[in-house]
Design a protein around this ligand. Sequence first.
Ligand code: ADP
Length: 227
Amino acid sequence: MVEFKEISKSYKKGYLALDNVDLKIDQGEFVFVIGESGAGKSTLIKLILKEENPDSGKIYLFDEDITKVRNRKIPIIRKQIGVVFQDFRLLENKTVYGNLQYVMQNLGYSRKYIKQEIPKLLKSVKLVGKEKSYPHQLSGGEQQRVSIARALIVKPKIIIADEPTGNLDPKTSREIADLLVEINKDGTTVIMITHENDIVNDLCKRVIRLDRGKIVRDEVGGKYEEN
Ligand code: ADP
């Protein structure tokens, strides 16, 4: 469903953020992307979201070469991907319900659908009862759950989580990772950038390690550090 073929990307001359990367991620996989700061993890994600274009190579998303896709089609691509960020990016002046409603209205969903869908979304992230709370009244973990619910609105085929637990304590981090595992069990592909050794080691998923723009390890059931 996501395939990189000989992808290179540079921002400035002489330094490759991604260096001839080949990668294939199938529907339903759970993949950790790890590596030092500057290794190319965010660039990988930006290319999937078509926020950046590669210098060379092809990127297939749902069997379509997105390096060729016209700008006008980008929103259609993005609608199939849910994105979760480290810093939640919630609207502070709206309640939990309001945050979800706002996005759904912008996507053009009907009032009836929105009303019937939000309770389901909140249930799936275990936030029933919090609909009237504002972000500042929620814990970090709860705020991240709202942001996951928001990512689920479009019923995405892929969820990309860019250090979703970067601002959370270890216990809450694990709960968020477990929630992403649950979502993955329903068939949604999850690509998660993380620096958390414990989570990677415990969950035993596919681990892709980037180092200076190259995939130096790609292992199913991998650990954070190489054995
Ligand atoms: P990571 O997410 O693993 O920290 P990035 O993909 O953000 O790595 O960065 C890979 C390399 O590309 C780094 O050397 C970084 O400095 C460079 N880079 C990333 N984004 C930009 C940008 N917008 N302009 C210039 N250089 C960038």
